[in-house]
Every structure is written in C-alpha cells, then in structure tokens.
Design a protein around this ligand. Structure first.
Ligand code: PLP
Length: 355
C-alpha cells in the first residue's frame, strides 16, 4: 500500500485450533489498523501495526463524554480460499454518517476501505473456514483530546481490530425469546438512535440485564415518546410477516439503518413478496397475533444475519410465533444471504468485494 505503513510484529500468536470454540469477540489477531486525526492536519498516518494496548491519556474525552462511533462487518473464506467482504462500502458510508451526528470529522472512505482490506489480507490465515465461521471486523473511532471541557474533540484515533468468530448457530437457526420493553427507552426523536455509537449501548444495558434475569435473550424497544411503536431489538432490526406481508419499522431517526435490513428488503421485493416500511404499534402486532395472522418474526443484523423470534413477551401477554420455529421467509433470507457471503449463491448485486 502506497500510503499505508506496515510495522511487522516481532512474534505472532498461536492461532486457535481448527475446531476450537471460537465464541464471539474474545480472540484478536496479530495486527490492527490505526490512523490519527489532528485539527489543522486532518486524518494522517494510516498504518498497520502489531495488535496491542493503546496509549490513551486519562483525560481523553472519549473516557468522560463518550464521543465515539463504531461499525461491524465480516470477512468470509470462499470455497476456493478467496476472501470476501459483504457490502463493506455501506459500512464506510454509515460510519461517516455516524461521525456527522457525533461531531467527528469525516474520513476518506476509499482510503479506509483499502486499509481495512490490506489488514484482512495480512491476517487472512486467521479467517476460520468451517461453515458459518468468519472474521469479524470492528472499525471504531474515539475522541483523544486530553480535555475535560464538553466540546467536540480536536484529536481522534481510528482503529480497526479483527477477531475470528464461530458460527452463530451451532445446530440450525434456533429461535430466540424476546422481552418487549415498556419501562426503559433506547432512543428518542432528535437523539442518537440512528448513529452507531457506544452511547446507545450504554443506555440499553439495564433493560437487557433485567430481561436476561427473566430468561429473555434480548429486548424489543418501543418508541421513546408514545411507548407504542416498535423500533428494533438490541443489535438487530426487526421484521414481521403479517398475513403474507413483511412489515418492518420505517427509519425515522431513532432506529439503526441496518445493512442486513436493507439487504432483506431488496431481496424480498425481488422475490415479489409485499414489504412495508412503516410505523407498526405493539397493539397492532398483538391484534394480528390474536387473529392468527402473525406468521413470522425475525431480527436482522451482521452477527446472526437472521435471528428468528419464537416468543415475544409483552406485559402479561405471551406471543408464541410459528410454534416457536423458524418460518420459511426467515429461512430463505438466511440461506440466500449466507449463500452469497460464502460464495455458494451467485452475487448478482455487486455486494461481494473479493480481496
Ligand atoms: C449494528 C446494528 C444493527 C444491525 O445493523 P447491520 O448493518 O445489519 O449489522 C441494528 N441495530 C443496532 C442498534 C445496531 O447497532
């Protein structure tokens, strides 16, 4: 890479054994991508260096006021060993949109995408090749100015780290139980709900913790004003199949615009299935359930791709969806998207970037 420096590591870590439990997000590779921003100078010194602790001033603004943004995407190994990324250009665009909301300066998407690809190339031997496994890519930007004033930082660090991850599903797609959150809210109109920023996760922990205590794996958020309209689940967007139509909440500033969501909507339309992006209230959903018209529910997001919902708990009401089993639309979306990502299904959309 002409403008991306490379610093070689003195030693390399042992890679996890082929069939070892990789889990999610605990094992990191040998290298990371870094780039600095200083006011007046712009983004500079893009480089790939050995993975290791960062030097962060205790007064760095990210530690006090949470000015940060992040992304999540995956690299997959194809049948012939080729390395593929799924719609990484969309992650770059979204990261800059999150930056705009969080007062972080825009970066050159082309340059960072090149840096990301170079990092994955350097680390390609870390990409697991068992079905469903992948290399998770976590780009993030943090405010580095050592200053306790509340103001956008004048220094930032852009970092990309990688971790090999196991298949989300060990024995087929198993439906999850979701708790409809009526006490806490995640985002309000005018807030930061549509930015991918750590702050949105910090405010979600309490609800998530209480739901887990009741044996629910995630919460379904309702809107912060009327506490009525469905928004999204933890780190996934949500879709329902009601009487033959797929309905998903429209993007109105409080919901994260998922790339998996966008992919699903496009595929469903191509398959001739009716799709509606609109407001949908929890009362409407329950009425559809009572009328026997709630046919499927599933989350969409990079980590699990498609996550069928088998049960929704709303106050004292429990909705069991499709007998707690995955439905045909969720299964078809899952098979198609993971098929494209692994190279088994032809990519006719230009979604795959091969390294
Ligand atoms: C990242 C994320 C999603 C899913 O987005 P994808 O691009 O599909 O991975 C959904 N909701 C929230 C809150 C997220 O942070």
């Amino acid at each position: 890479m002409a403008n991306i420096k490379f610093e070689k590591a003195a030693t390399l870590k042992a890679k996890p054994a082929k069939d070892a439990e990789l889990g999610f997000g605990r094992i990191f590779t040998d290298y990371m991508f870094l780039m600095d921003y200083d006011k007046g100078q712009g983004w500079h010194d893009a480089r790939i260096v050995p993975y290791g602790p960062l030097s962060v001033d205790p007064a760095a603004m990210v530690l006090h006021y949470g000015q940060e943004v992040f992304e999540g995407l995956k690299a997959y190994k194809g049948e012939n060993g080729e390395v593929m990324l799924f719609r990484p250009d969309e992650n770059m665009k979204r990261l800059n949109r999150s930056n705009a909301r969080m007062c972080i300066p825009q970066f050159d998407e082309q340059l960072v995408l090149e840096g990301l690809k170079e990092l994955v190339r350097v680390e390609k031997d870390w990409i697991p090749d068992a079905p469903g496994t992948s290399l998770y890519i976590r780009p993030f930007i943090i405010a580095m100015d050592p200053f306790l004033g509340v103001h956008p930082s004048s220094k930032y660090l852009f970092c990309i780290i990688l971790c090999p991850v196991a298949s989300y599903y060990k024995e087929g797609l198993s439906p999850v139980k979701i708790y409809v959150e009526t006490k806490y809210v995640r985002a309000v109109r005018g807030g930061t709900g549509e930015a991918k920023t750590g702050a949105n996760y910090a405010v979600s922990l309490k609800a998530q913790d209480e739901a887990e205590q009741q044996q629910y794996s995630q919460v379904l958020w309702l809107d912060g004003v009327e506490r009525k309209y469905i928004e999204e689940v933890g780190a996934m967007n949500i879709m329902f199949k009601i009487d033959g139509t797929v309905v998903t909440p429209s993007l109105e500033g409080t919901i994260l615009p998922g790339i998996t969501r966008k992919t699903c909507i496009q595929l469903l339309k191509e398959w001739g299935m009716p799709v509606e992006e609109r407001k949908i209230s929890i009362d409407e959903l329950y009425a559809a359930y009572e009328a026997g018209k709630l046919e499927e529910a599933f989350g969409t997001g990079t980590a699990a791709v498609i996550s069928p919902v088998g049960e929704l708990k709303w106050g004292d009401k429990v909705m069991t969806i499709n007998n707690g089993e995955i439905g045909p639309v969720a299964q078809k979306l899952y098979d198609t998207i993971t098929g494209i990502q692994s190279g088994k299904v032809k990519d006719t959309h230009g979604w795959i970037f091969t390294l």
